[in-house]
Design a protein around this ligand. Sequence first.
Ligand SMILES: [Zn+2]
Length: 618
Amino acid sequence: MNKYLLILCILNHFLSFIISQNLDEDELSDDIVILHVNDVHCGINDTIGYDGFVLYREEMKKKYKNVICVDVGDHIQGGAIGTISNGISIINIMNEVGFDVATLGNHEFDYGIEQLQNLEKNMTCGYICANFCYKKNKTQIFDPYKIINKGGKKIAFIGILTPLTFSKTYLAHLKDENGDPIYDFFTDNNTQELYDKIQNFIDKLKNEEKVDYVILMTHMGMNVESYTSNYLLSKIEGVSAILDGHTHVIYNQTSKDKNNNDIYISQTGSKLEAIGKLILKKDGTISSEIITEIPEPDDKTMSKEVFRKNKNRWVDINMNNYINSIWDEYDEELNIVYGHLNFDLNVKNELCRRQECALGNLITDAIKKFGNGEISFINGGGIRNSMKKGNLTRAQIIDILPWFNNIVIKKLTGKCILDALEFGVAKLPNPAGAFLQVSGITYDVDESIKSSVLIDSVGMFINVTGERRVSNVKINGVDLDLNKLYNVSLIEFIGEGGDGFSMFTKFDVFNEALITDTDALSAFIGELLEIPEKYKDLQGRINFIKKKKEPEPEPETQPQSPSSSSLTIILIISIIIVIIIILILIFIFRGRICSKVDSRNIDTNKEIDINPSSPLIS
Ligand SMILES: [Zn+2]
C-alpha cells in the first residue's frame, strides 16, 4: 500500500511539475530579447563579467521565450588570459556562455589570420563578417550573415568590420605572389562600395530569404574617423537596429536611415561594463536599453555575490566556477613577481594617446635598452592598462603590453623620425593610438597649428603638406639632423606600418632584438626591482608650447584703418563739434540781427521794413 502511495505521490508531483512548466511557458512573453556586448577585451570577470552576463540571460529566460546572445567583436585580446592562450581560452569561455552569433573586431587579427581561422573552427557559433574579403575575387572569408529563427520570426544578423582595420593590423602588409594585398574590406573605390555591398545583402535577405528583421552588428563606432555606423545607416535602408562596437563608449540612441526613419544604435562600452538589451516586440515595435547592474535574483540557488570594481555583483555560480578554473590553469605563470612599484602609473582617459605619460617613459626606456637603440618609440595605443602599485606580476605586465610585439631596430633618417612624430600628434587635441611615447627624444608640440598631415582613406600616412606642429626635436640632447641615420628600436607593429606609420615601412629591419616588448618590460622591471621615483612624474620629453605669433607687418599701401568702435567715437565727437560751431554762429548772428533790428525799432518805432537792399539780409 505504501509503495502505491509513493508511486501516486511521485506521479502527482511529476504531473504538477509538467502543469506548472506549461503554465510558466504560457506566461512567458513572446517578445524576442537580444542581449548584446562588444569590446569585452578579455574582461572575463573585471566588471559584470561573463558570469554576470549568464545570470542576466537566465533571468531573462524566466520572462521571455526567446533570448539571443550576440557579441560585436574585440573579445580575444586585451588581457593576460587572451594573450597567453592565443585567444583559445576566451573562445572556450564564450562557448560556455553560449553566444548565438558573433562578429569580428579589429583586434581579432592580433594573433594572425591563421590563428583567427583556427579560433573560428573552435567557436560554436562561428563568426560572421560581410565586408572582410579576398581582394582578388571579393569573396568573404567568413559567412557574411546569419539567420536565426525565434518565435516564428526570421532575424538576420549582418557583421560589418571597420575598414580602418587595415591600418590597425598587419593585414595591409599581407601580399600575394604578385605583391598585391590579399585582403580587402570593400574599400577599393570609395566609401560607396561598402554601402552598396551592405544594401545588396539587406535586399537579398528581405526579398529572397523573407526575413522579418535585419540587424547590423557594426564594429565601427559612431562619429569617429571616416567609417562610422551612423554614416553607414544614413546611406542604406531596411535596417531594424544596429548593435555597435569599436569605440568603447556606452550609448543607446537613434539615428536616421536613408529614408529618415529613426533606428536604434547601441554600444556597451568595454570589458563587460554594460549589457545591451534590444527587444523585438510582438506588436512590431522595437525597444532598446543598456543594463549596467545585474539585479539581485529572487531565486538565489544558482547565483552568488562577488566583490568586483568596488561593489558587490551578482553572478551565475556555474559560470563563475568555469572562469575561475581557467584562471587556475595559468595561475603559476601569471603570478611570477618581477619587481615592485610604490605609486600608480595611470593611463586613464587615454592619457598615453595625447601626451607624455609616465608609464610610456618606463616602457620606451625598456624598449630602448633591450633593443639597443639610440632612441625608441611605442604607439600610445599599444599601452593597454595602468600599472598599479604593489608587486608587479606577469599578469599585470601582460595586461599592459598584451601583444608580445617583437622589438626591431631600424636605421631611420631624421626626416622619417620627424614625420612619425608629426603623424603622432596630427589628431590632437583628440587622442589617437598613433601618438608616440618616446625615449632618447625630446620635442615640442604646438597644437594651435592646424595639422597638415595627409592620410589615405584607411588612415595610412602620406606626407606633411604644410606647417608642422612638432619642433625643437632633440636626439639625446642634440638637434635632430634630417639627413642623418639613427638607430631606432621600436615595436614591430608600428615598424610594419601599423596604426598608419607607413613612413617606417620604407626602411628595412636592420636588426632584431629577439625579445618582445612584454618581455623587455618584465626584464627591465626585474633589473630595477623597485621602480625609481623619477618615473612618478613626467620628464619633459614631450612639451606642449604655443609659439609666439610674429607681429603682423603693417600694410604698406593702405593706411592703418581704425577699428569700428574708434570710428564711431570720432564721428560722435565731430558731430558734437559741428553742432557747437553751428550754435555759436547762430548765437553770434542772432545777436547782431537782434541788435540791428532793435536799434531800428528804437529808431523808427515802426514796422520793420525788410527789403532786398536792406543791409540786414545783404
Ligand atoms: Zn576594442
